[in-house]
Design a binder for this molecule. Structure first.
Ligand code: C2E
Ligand code: MG
Ligand code: MG
Length: 730
């Protein structure tokens, strides 16, 4: 666009310059013409002045010739007659009689003595003209010439023929008038004109025999441009008066000045045009730049500068369309940083951001320039690769990325190590639309995470089936929550010292209309993934409370009931409010409730955990750590948590008879709990042997099939024997 403006401006420049030059030239020509016409007028006047004076002056020779003819070649009293004549002809400086061409009488004689006796036919400069005058029998002008007697003049020679003895007249001689050049000049305005910058030159023109001779000149050399020439008619000859005006480079200077002015004008106009034309382009450029910025903002991640989800969708779509005719395979890698949230929470968002930028840079460095690297939000990234190698190469690259991202990142003087999980899907093999591929990669990522993080998984159809199944389950569960398909089972927690039921654990069951009774393991993951676990959890709490109230109102014996709180529910914004509402609505004493929270839930964001636990404690609700031993909580951390009970996970209890290591762990946990003043419950006790060992280690509470399986229905009675009987029956 700017190029067009420049070209147009240049054209304007060239046009204005050309116009300026043309105008200058025209002006110059007109001026010259005007000048020439003026000079012509002037020259006309000057020529007629010269002609008039010459003719008049030459008349003096006619008068004297007449005397000679009248006196038949013997004019009497030449001096008196010449003096008389000279009075009337001021330009004539002397008159001469030259019989047979030899000056015999001159008036005035004084100062002209040298010319006396001169044979005019032999007087070099005029010899030819003189001979011509005689031969033509015509008054002829000679000169200019330096006079023998001094000075410069022109001489009019009038040949006189007298009747001879025959029929033919005979040449007698010449009557000559010497005409002073200065006087001749003085009758003209030429000298005045010369003062006003004119140049002039009167020449007797060149003939092949004699070169051109200047009669007079003035004002300096003639200027060729406007020089005018006019014939001066002189007897028996032709003179030329030339005239010009102006200095030699005056006109050129004016012209040059005009050209320079034109150049400036052209430059200024072209610049203005350029400026005016450029303005819209400039504005358009600004708008385009702003649009680009907005586009960048809309299509790029502000933190890492990577492509965002929106642009990834577009570019992936584009890549898939191109791939359909290029035949090259496209791979989509979906990356998720493991436990990024932990770093973000513990070290602050600023460090988290820096870490993400470092990850983005490392990712970019791992792929080629035309591959696409995107940040999809949070700690999720995607890479689109155009691959030519096989799946094996791809796997190697993905593993290299995992390895590269796993190198420590130095931030805030600490080396942070982060692991990455990658899910990979291939087009066209796994799908041919961007949304399909993103879904596939997400599924593969999920599978990779389930395999234990820091690894790579390729998408396969099984994952698809699994997801479909989960989705269906989710849909059904939503339905189940609204349609009373859920119920609770209660499993006793037994004090083995006194063989008394110390409490129950409430466990959810789903009576699926098609699949029959479903255990939590079959639907809790789906509930967690869909977020349905939150309403489900509150449904359990509400039901437990109602069950307790029913027993109290029926004046039946009441023991505390433990219920499981999922991590999501525990982290829910409205968790405490909801708990309080349910408690106050039901009117149940909080001491009758125990919340089971898994170890990993508690360890995630410790600060928030402690706050919530304290709030629960203030209400009076007891807290136990479920599945203890499967997580990695340290003793030091446990001390900070306001918990009441540790539930040793079933996996340690299972082989307690055979596995020395498990035995040691259980012993250690029991010893530690005693020190921290915590209750211990051993889960999954199925045999008396297990029970006895646990008792021997100091454990006083157990839960397991030995004392009763979870019983569906209302909160059961605390009679251990009837519970065992019911359990066996179920
Ligand atoms: P959990 O909280 O550790 O519950 C104990 C699980 O062990 C129960 O399985 C119970 O039936 C089983 N169990 C008890 N004694 C024995 C035994 O002697 N031998 C064997 N083999 N198993 C025994 P269930 O009911 O299938 O629940 C599994 C898990 O599902 C629970 O583990 C809990 O984490 C979760 N869950 C159950 N109900 C709920 C609920 O209402 N809300 C939430 N968030 N999670 C729940
Ligand atoms: Mg439990
Ligand atoms: Mg458990």
């Amino acid at each position: 666009m700017l190029r067009k403006t420049s070209v147009f401006s240049f054209c304007v420049f060239a046009a204005v310059l050309a116009l300026g030059f043309y105008w200058n030239q025209l002006n110059q020509t007109l001026q010259q013409r005007e000048q020439a016409s003026l000079i012509r007028d002037l020259i006309n006047t000057q020529v007629s002045s010269v002609e008039r004076l010459l003719n008049l002056s030459l008349l003096s020779t006619e008068l004297l010739a007449h005397e000679v003819r009248r006196s038949n070649g013997e004019p009497a009293d030449f001096v008196a007659r010449a003096a008389e004549i000279l009075r009337d002809f001021p330009a004539v400086s002397s008159l001469q009689l030259a019989p047979a061409g030899v000056n015999s009488q001159i008036y005035p004689f004084a100062a002209n003595e040298a010319a006396l006796g001169l044979n005019v036919f032999e007087h070099g400069p005029t010899a030819i003209a003189t001979a011509r005058a005689r031969d033509d029998n015509r008054l002829t002008i000679n000169g200019p010439l330096a006079l023998v007697q001094g000075g410069r003049a022109v001489i009019g020679r009038n040949p006189v023929y007298l009747p001879g003895p025959g029929a033919k007249d005979e040449f007698w001689g010449f009557v000559s008038a010497v005409i002073d050049i200065d006087r001749l000049l003085s009758v003209t305005d030429l000298q005045k004109l010369a003062q006003n910058g004119y140049q002039y030159e009167l020449v007797s023109p060149a003939s092949p025999a004699a070169p051109e001779q200047v009669v007079f000149s003035g004002g300096g050399p003639l200027v060729g441009d406007n020089m005018q020439t006019l014939d001066v008619r002189v007897p028996n000859d032709r003179w030329l008066l030339r005239m010009s005006h102006g200095g030699h480079d005056g006109g050129g200077l004016v012209l040059g000045f005009g050209h320079v002015l034109s150049l400036f004008a052209a430059l200024i106009i072209a610049w203005l045009v350029h400026y005016v034309l450029r303005e819209p382009y400039r504005l358009r450029g600004l708008v385009e730049a702003r649009t680009r910025e907005l586009h960048d903002l809309a299509y790029h991640d502000y933190l890492t500068g990577l492509v965002n989800r929106r642009l990834l969708n577009e570019q992936l779509g584009q890549a898939l369309r191109e791939q359909s005719y290029s035949g090259r395979a496209v791979a989509l890698l979906y990356l998720d940083l493991d436990d990024f949230k932990r770093i973000n929470d513990s070290m602050g968002h600023e460090v988290g951001d820096q870490l993400l930028v470092a990850v983005a840079n490392r990712l970019r460095a791992q792929v080629r320039a035309n591959d696409i690297v995107a940040r999809l939000g949070g700690d999720e990234f995607a890479v689109v690769l155009f691959i030519s190698g096989g799946q094996h190469d791809l796997l190697r690259l993905a593993e290299k990325i995992v390895q590269e991202l796993g190198r420590p990142v130095r931030l805030n003087n600490r080396d942070l190590v982060i692991s990455t999980s990658i899910g990979i899907t291939l087009a066209p093999h796994d799908g041919d639309s961007a949304s399909q591929l993103l879904r596939n990669a997400d599924m593969a990522l999920y599978a990779s995470k389930r395999r234990g993080k820091n690894c790579v998984a390729f998408f396969n159809v099984e994952m698809q089936r699994e997801v479909s199944r989960l989705m269906q389950l989710e849909e059904d569960l939503r339905h189940a929550l609204a349609n009373r398909q859920l119920s609770l089972a209660f499993q006793p927690i037994v004090n083995i010292e006194h063989d008394r039921v110390a409490g129950f654990e409430a466990l959810v069951r789903w009576h699926h209309p098609e699949q029959g009774l479903l255990m939590p393991g079959q639907f809790i993951p789906a509930a967690e993934q869909s977020g349905l676990i939150v309403p489900l959890g509150f449904w359990v709490l509400r039901n437990v409370c109602q069950g307790l109230v029913a027993r109290i109102e029926s004046q039946l014996d009441v023991v505390p009931v433990a219920l499981n709180i999922s991590p999501q529910q525990f982290r829910d914004k409205h968790f405490m409010i909801e708990v309080q509402t349910i408690l106050s609505e039901s009117g149940v004493a909080p001491e009758l409730l125990e919340f089971e929270i898994t170890e990993s839930t508690l360890m995630d964001d410790l600060e928030a955990t402690i706050a919530i636990l304290n709030a629960l404690k203030r209400l009076g609700i007891r807290i136990s750590i479920d599945d203890f031993g499967t997580g990695y909580s340290s003793l030091a951390l446990l001390k900070q948590l306001p918990v009441d009970t540790l539930k040793i996970d079933r996996c340690f209890v299972k082989d307690i008879g055979e596995d020395e290591e498990d035995r040691q762990i259980i012993q250690a946990v029991i010893a530690m709990s005693a020190q921290l003043d915590l209750e211990v419950i051993a889960e999954g006790v199925e045999t008396l042997a297990q029970r006895d060992l646990l008792y021997a280690f100091g454990c006083r509470r157990v839960q397991g099939y030995l004392y009763g399986k979870p019983l569906i229905g209302a909160i059961p009675n605390t009679n251990l024997l009837s519970l065992q009987a019911a359990s066996v029956a179920s």
